[in-house]
Design a binder for this molecule. Structure first.
Ligand code: GLN
Length: 250
């Protein structure tokens, strides 16, 4: 199968090697005989209806977010339609914030958001930096952990009925207080976890691929055959240990 990925603003939103997430998706798809075709979507470029099976947006400093926020907000209807028709989404940090309703800087300036995720973000004084570990239970197979690295000034507040991505085991997470991290709306996942995220969390990479393949084929998601992920599991274990050891401290 061919999986079409829309990479939003690769030139602006790509810090902490977030681009590496695409490389992992491409490799894990290829190991199962599938092709990943990545199409950059920049400022002023439209999202064609049904074109993408997966949409990806990385993180960025406030300055870069300010350069793309209005263009991204103008794509609101196209993005909501893509998710409504089953495309999956992975949004990391700055990209995650801009898929909420708004991101307000410490000086009060406000960047408009897409409103895909039922949340808003307000920048705080101190950055929340460090290793982070989450516990998630949305994927088949029960509870699993996600390990990564966070670095954000933004405090993200989920609406009461919103679904977080996971419970914070160690680290700051959305706001350093709620005990939750990220947000999930169906096949759309938003998170503060950099690293990049997917090399040390292969189960999430496969979950996203399963959703994207289902969209491409117009069928229900089915489990991909497992891969020998020793290296990935070791990287996960090391990151989880670091997070338990020192995550969530200013
Ligand atoms: N600029 C945003 C913040 O500081 C996002 C940072 C990022 O993507 N790492 O919160």
């Amino acid at each position: 199968m061919k999986i079409v990925v829309g990479h939003l603003y690769p030139d602006y939103l790509n810090i902490y090697a977030d681009r590496g997430n695409i490389a992992v998706l491409a490799r894990r798809a290829a190991w199962r005989g599938h092709d990943l075709e990545v199409r950059a979507v920049g400022v002023g470029e439209e999202l064609e209806r049904g074109e993408h099976d997966l949409l990806y947006v990385g993180g960025g400093q406030d300055r870069e977010q300010a350069l793309v926020a209005r263009d991204l907000a103008a794509k609101r209807e196209q993005l909501l339609a893509a998710v409504e028709t089953g495309a999956s989404v992975l949004a990391v940090c700055g990209g995650y914030q801009l898929l909420g309703r708004f991101y307000r800087f410490a000086d009060g300036e406000e960047l408009p958001g897409v409103g895909l995720f039922p949340l808003h973000t307000i920048a705080g004084e101190r950055r929340m930096i460090g290793d982070i570990l989450l516990e998630c239970d949305f994927a088949p197979g029960g509870k699993r952990t996600l390990a990564g690295f966070e670095n954000h000034a933004g405090r993200t507040y989920l609406d009461a009925d919103a679904q977080p991505l996971g419970r914070v085991v160690a680290g700051f997470g959305n706001d350093g207080r709620s005990g939750y991290e990220g947000c999930r709306v169906g096949r759309a996942v938003g998170t503060y976890l950099h690293g990049p995220l997917l090399p040390r969390n292969p189960w999430l990479a496969d979950w996203l691929l399963e959703q994207a393949l289902a969209h491409a084929a117009g069928v229900e998601p089915t489990a991909l055959e497992p891969l020998p992920d020793e290296l990935e599991q070791n990287a996960h274990a090391v990151a989880a240990l670091r997070a338990r050891d020192r995550g969530g401290r200013f």
